[in-house]
Write a protein that binds this ligand. Structure first.
Ligand SMILES: NC(=O)c1ccc[n+]([C@@H]2O[C@H](COP(=O)([O-])OP(=O)(O)OC[C@H]3O[C@@H](n4cnc5c(N)ncnc54)[C@H](O)[C@@H]3O)[C@@H](O)[C@H]2O)c1
Length: 311
């Protein structure tokens, strides 16, 4: 069976290990903190696999899949003899450059090298080593073990063959890749997400509504549609004559609200502290782990519903 390596075994790295192990790969999992993989990452991966099994989303028994995830004591040891490397170390361009120098020095020359970066363009840290044509960003949504979308974004030097191979590997591993046509920082998901978050901070900060109201607008409103159809299809279905008819009717409002949105809103520390206090009252900090488990269960229930709807 083919081997892959996951470098960085935090929140995202351990979830990637689940994705690859479930797809049948042997996974070498490495972290800079000695013992972290054995102590927290593998037990965490096991809990996720149990959750997948309870929801009928695992075709093998949990221990068979967990056994494919093995700790690797160094990057060199992890990447020897692998077909794919997924880096998930902390979001710091200098750290990522250093880690990729190490990965590229020890991985086979044709191994695909991928980064989970949330927002740093790959051109900033994926071109300074031998064979940069094999490197790209494969940005997941947390946790990739439960949410299938991945954004593939090459640098100016990434080869089309690398993009095609990464797309195929991701698809076969049960993910849903999109490929960016051009490089842009933040890629697509986080540009959309933080545009909305910026306007939410503006609306709360200027006293139009509470953080709870914003969350309700999404979970009882927009996201009920967005779980099945995105904003383009929403518009297309909201007029009998499709997107063109929708824009003919509401284009002026769309332009006006788009221009008025305060994505540059200069929120203050006090506003964040106040929003945090309101959230901590609703979801006390010592219940966050339970609430995360509830969130994961909700995501899986929604995925099953979508699966049934697709037949
Ligand atoms: N958390 C999210 O919601 C999310 C979503 C998508 C992408 N990402 C991206 O994934 C990456 C990892 O994020 P995270 O949330 O898992 O961070 P994290 O802090 O939970 O984990 C990072 C891990 O990398 C390890 N590490 C640091 N330097 C290392 C090195 N030189 N070699 C090996 N391991 C090293 C740390 O010990 C830590 O365990 C970041 O680039 C982040 O932007 C995060």
């Amino acid at each position: 069976m083919s081997r892959v390596a996951c470098i960085g075994a935090g929140t995202v790295g351990r979830a990637w290990a689940v994705v690859f192990a479930r797809a049948g790969y042997d996974v070498a999992l490495n972290d800079a903190i000695a013992g972290e993989v054995e102590r927290t990452a593998i037990p965490g991966a096991r809990r996720t696999l149990e959750l997948l099994a309870e929801n009928g989303l695992l075709s093998e028994d949990v221990e068979t899949v967990v056994a494919r995830i093995r700790p690797a004591g160094s990057i060199a040891e992890a990447v020897t003899d692998v077909v794919f490397v997924q880096e998930s170390v902390r979001e710091d361009v200098a750290v990522k450059r250093e880690v990729f120098s190490e990965i590229a020095a020890h991985a086979p020359a044709d191994t695909i090298l991928a980064s989970s970066t949330s927002a740093i363009p790959g051109s900033d840290f994926l071109t300074h080593f031998a064979h940069p044509e094999r490197a790209l960003v494969v940005h997941p949504v947390n946790p990739p073990s439960l949410i299938p979308l991945v954004e593939l974004c090459g640098t100016g030097t990434t080869s089309p063959e690398t993009i095609a191979a990464a797309r195929q590997l991701m698809t076969e591993a049960g993910m849903r890749p999109i490929v960016l046509k051009k490089e842009i920082d933040g890629f697509i998901l986080n540009r959309l997400q933080f545009t909305l978050v910026a306007e939410a901070l503006h609306l709360v900060g200027e006293g139009y509504c509470t953080p709870e109201d914003i969350d309700a607008v999404l979970t009882y409103g927009l996201a009920l549609r967005w779980a099945s159809i995105g904003p383009f299809e929403v518009a297309h279905l909201n007029a009998p004559d499709g997107l063109q008819g929708f824009v003919n009717r509401l284009g002026p409002m769309m332009r006006q609200l788009g221009a008025a949105a305060r994505t540059d809103y200069d929120w203050t520390e006090e506003q964040i502290a106040s929003a945090h206090a309101q959230l901590a009252e609703r979801i006390p900090l010592d219940t966050i782990a339970d609430r995360q488990a509830w969130r994961d269960q909700q995501i899986l229930a929604l995925r099953q519903l979508k699966q049934q709807a697709l037949g």
